[in-house]
Design a protein around this ligand. Structure first.
Ligand code: SF4
Length: 265
């Protein structure tokens, strides 16, 4: 498989389908130090060279005290691509580590979000790109269904609360097999975050379950992604999307669908 071609095709599809990029955009890529976000940066640079519209790309990294190695080599690599890179130490996050060492993800991501907006603003960006992959979208959907009772995942495109930034996730169709293969083939430096080594987390459990299921059903993630783009409102339980007045006359209910209800009582 030509990884660069596959990456570009999948990112192009996402950018086109969700109208992620417009002429004149300045896109700040949130580089976390891991394989996904640096792959995203490279994909956007490739896309920039081929796109019929002009847009610019820059990158930044937020230091929250969790990197397991110095991030200097990542910055040098980004500079070698001809891209502006801002490295920002977020002091409130560093204090959080000493004051509340067992803090949860909610607090950590709230601190990061604040820093991300400040940095993107300073870089003159109007768009912020995050490296969430197809795997993240699938895990997020299952996590929300199983643990929060919501049918929801990550938005491929959305806006910051004040609507001053468009937030995009162009790797929605790119799996981590692709990002892993891409960074390995190019020798891109990556810096792991301490949290990535955590075991026993819900996220890791779901990830391992999907990997187990995929041994027998290799297209599972593709099907989950496809399901997110093919919602049948009338076959779910949210009354906001049901025509409850007309449902009996308009919906055909087959005998096999009634059976579990009839046999329960
Ligand atoms: S996994 Fe770690 S770095 Fe990521 S949000 Fe949670 S606490 Fe923060």
């Amino acid at each position: 498989m030509d990884l660069e071609k596959t990456l570009l095709r999948k990112v192009g599809e996402a950018v086109h389908r969700f109208k992620m990029i417009r002429a004149g955009d300045r896109i700040a890529v949130a580089v976390s130090g891991g394989k996904d976000s640096i792959t995203l940066l490279e994909a956007l640079i490739l896309l920039q060279k081929r796109a019929p519209i002009d847009f610019s790309v820059c990158a930044f990294t937020v230091e929250q005290g969790k990197f397991l190695r110095p991030v200097g080599p990542v910055g040098e690599y980004i500079h070698s691509l001809g891209v502006d890179w801002t490295y920002h130490t977020d002091n409130p996050s560093i204090r959080l580590l000493t004051e509340k060492p067992d803090h949860g993800c909610d607090l950590c991501s709230r601190f990061r979000r604040r820093a991300v907006y400040q940095i993107a603003h300073g870089m003159g960006a109007n768009v912020i790109a995050f490296g969430h992959t197809a795997d993240d979208f699938c895990e997020s959907l299952l996590r929300n269904i199983l643990y929060t009772g919501r049918l929801s995942s990550l938005p491929p495109v959305t806006y910051s609360r004040e609507r001053d930034f468009r937030l995009i996730r162009p790797l929605v169709y790119v799996t981590e097999e692709i990002t892993r293969g891409f960074v390995e083939s190019k020798g891109v430096p990556v810096v792991p975050c301490g949290c990535s080594l955590r075991t026993g987390t819900v996220r890791r459990g779901i990830r391992e379950t999907i990997a187990d299921w995929e041994i027998e059903h290799p297209h599972l993630r593709e099907n989950i992604l496809s399901a997110m783009g093919n919602i049948q409102h009338g076959r779910l339980l949210d009354t906001r999307y049901l025509d409850t007045e007309e449902s009996e006359s308009e919906t055909e209910i087959s005998g096999s669908e009634l059976l579990p209800i009839l046999t329960e009582s």
